[in-house]
Design a protein around this ligand. Sequence first.
Ligand code: BGC
Length: 253
Amino acid sequence: MAEKPTVALGIDIGGSGIKGAPVDLLTGEFLEDRYKIATPEPSTPEAMAEVVGLIAKKFLRSLPEDAPIGVTIPGLVKRGVVRSAANIDKSWKGFDGESLFSQTLGRHVHLVNDADAAGVAELRYGAAKGKDGLVILTTLGTGIGIGLLYDGVLIPNAELGHIELNGHDAETRAAASAKEREGLSYAEWATDRLQPYYAFLEFLLSPDLFVVGGGVSRKADKFLPLLRLETPIIPATMRNAAGIVGAAALAAD
Ligand code: BGC
């Protein structure tokens, strides 16, 4: 059996930026400073591939030739094909992103959902390190991303950010973007939006741990203590490295 790689390149595609770094898979740390380029507008597959190419080019020279490459996308991904495009250009829907990125870089690229990557990063290196049972990572950003892990195994593409909450797609009410858009205070957002959302997830899945990521998790002390749940709920610790690190880790699996 081939030895498991110890280094991989991770690239994380987000709504505002595309960022990448080489990752030490033993520690989950960056081997070089990350490189970030603004997400092109419109965020079509071709435009994104160009940026992914630029980022990869910066690092690939200093990496082993067989270093795996993982890329995230904020949509569900089945065998390399992006199946949903809630917050990216609609032309992604049904598009084989893995093939396009692989062609662009001239080597195999593994494409994964952004929250799946973040969940794996938190479980292997971050807030949920070593936790067994059902761990649910939720990223609160433009949308709500979900990383579902059972006994350390990722159950990919759990789109539970889109469950129906009071007649609405949950992420349109409970994501961090809804807080911003509607000018809600942390207390209003926590009580009116996050509480029913997490309580419903808890009822549906009986998790052992919730981990809360996304930029807003930096302010977790302002809203997590207001939630009344049976399940422990803690902030993510990998911050904005989670997508890059998880993409690299999944590509190496
Ligand atoms: C998408 C998910 C994604 C999440 C976070 C949602 O709108 O449907 O696939 O993980 O946003 O980016």
